[in-house]
Unconditional design. Structure first.
Length: 400
């Protein structure tokens, strides 16, 4: 009986080891020979047949492990059929069939993407079955290697983005301790657009910033790197703090990949005596002040709009006084957007302050341990990884 598409039964548990092969062959004699060889080999193979490439395209490759392709079809000659099948089903293993006088074309087919080739009339059933199995396993190995290469490339890209988003702060004051922490939302391999930085100017003023580009993905991460570098450059160049956010918005508007992309940002400028600071907010939550064993959200005043929303925006500057010993925690909203309790209430600013206060007891006055514990406790309350990226920047002064 001539094999046909109708002979293929749906896949089930009992067919887990059975190989499904689609033969694309217009010659009835050659097709019958393939079927007989496979039957004699005893291989667990289900064979279906199409006579033309167009018929194979209509049937589709779904459900098949391998395709046996004749290189001389009525509607495709030579490598054209192979290329069309590769475009139709790039993940499918393909074993090509050539004539006795055209073995060279089989070699060319392997170079063009086929897993192997066989010469008609010169193979046994055992060799045919083994070649089919080999083609399937070789294709799986190729796809695995491709995935590994892609993962390695993404890892290198992520490392470059991480170096740009999460730099080493340029602060030399020995009285200050800085600690940072970053964690991608839901353990994504790709970084988002959260960024932070801190720079000390020649006059002793320390400027710290944390920002969050709206969205996730490589475009947002690249924009975050651009904004972070632009901010550092503006600070080092002596740009007046009151003009800095406006200049940063100019950079955002030019560099963003879509008009709806915006960035929230918190900037803190510590005076040379470390007794006071100026806070500027662009649609971003204010810092937390940690002092005297307590943690409280600063309420300097209404924030200005996020960068990239209003062309003529202004960002007010709010002065705050600081005690002799203090810590300021700058953060992105991912850490307080997690849920607590029954999963209907978000952590929020007040909840985050409680988490920070509790984490202080376990951190033993170690800033790096503190920022790590804050994220871990927020995840515990969320009953799993936080959905959004989290970035924390802690600036601490232990006292005179």
């Amino acid at each position: 009986m001539e094999p046909s598409i109708d002979n293929i039964a749906p896949a089930g548990a009992a067919d887990a080891e059975r190989m499904r092969v689609l033969l694309v062959e217009d010659d009835d004699g050659d097709a019958l020979l393939v079927e007989e060889e496979l039957e004699q080999s005893g291989a667990r193979v289900e064979l279906a047949r199409c006579r033309t490439l167009a018929e194979a395209a209509r049937v589709g490759p779904a459900g098949y492990d391998c395709m046996l392709l004749d290189l001389n079809l009525p509607d495709a000659q030579g490598l054209d059929g192979l290329r069309e099948l590769r475009a139709l089903a790039p993940g499918l293993a393909v074993l090509v069939l050539t004539g006795l006088d055209d073995e060279r074309r089989g070699v060319e087919a392997v170079a063009a993407g086929a897993q192997d080739y066989l010469v008609k009339g010169s193979t046994s059933g055992v060799l045919l079955a083994r070649s089919l199995r080999y083609a399937v396993e070789r294709r799986r190995a190729e796809l695995t290697q491709q995935q590994l290469s892609i993962a390695q490339l993404e890892a290198r890209e992520n490392a470059r983005l991480e170096r740009g988003l999460l730099p080493a702060p340029l602060v030399t004051d020995p009285a200050l301790t800085l600690a940072t922490h970053y964690r991608p939302g839901r353990r994504r391999a790709l970084l988002g657009g959260d960024f932070f930085d801190a720079v000390q100017t020649p006059g002793g003023v320390v400027h710290a910033v944390i920002g969050d580009v709206a969205g996730h993905g490589p475009d947002e991460a690249a924009l975050g790197v651009c904004l972070r570098i632009a901010w550092r450059t503006l600070v080092l160049a002596g740009s007046p703090p009151d003009e800095l956010l406006a200049r940063l918005q100019d950079v955002l508007v030019v560099e963003r990949h879509a008009e709806q992309v915006f960035t929230t940002l918190c900037m803190v400028s510590l005076d040379a005596e470390r007794s006071g600071a100026v806070v500027r907010l662009a649609g971003h939550p204010p810092p937390l002040l940690l002092a005297g064993g307590r943690a409280q959200a600063l309420e300097p005043g209404p924030p200005g709009p996020p960068l990239g929303i209003l062309a003529d925006a202004r960002w007010p500057a709010y002065a705050i006084q600081l005690p002799a010993a203090w810590s300021l925690l700058l953060y992105t909203d991912g850490v307080m957007d997690g849920y607590v309790g029954d999963g209907k209430r978000r952590l929020g600013e007040a909840g985050l302050a409680e988490v920070v206060a509790a984490a202080q007891a376990g951190a033993e006055d170690e800033p790096r341990e503190l920022v790590r514990l804050v994220v871990e406790r927020a995840e515990d309350l969320n009953a799993g990884p936080l959905a959004d990226d989290v970035a924390l920047l802690l600036v601490a002064r232990r006292g005179p």
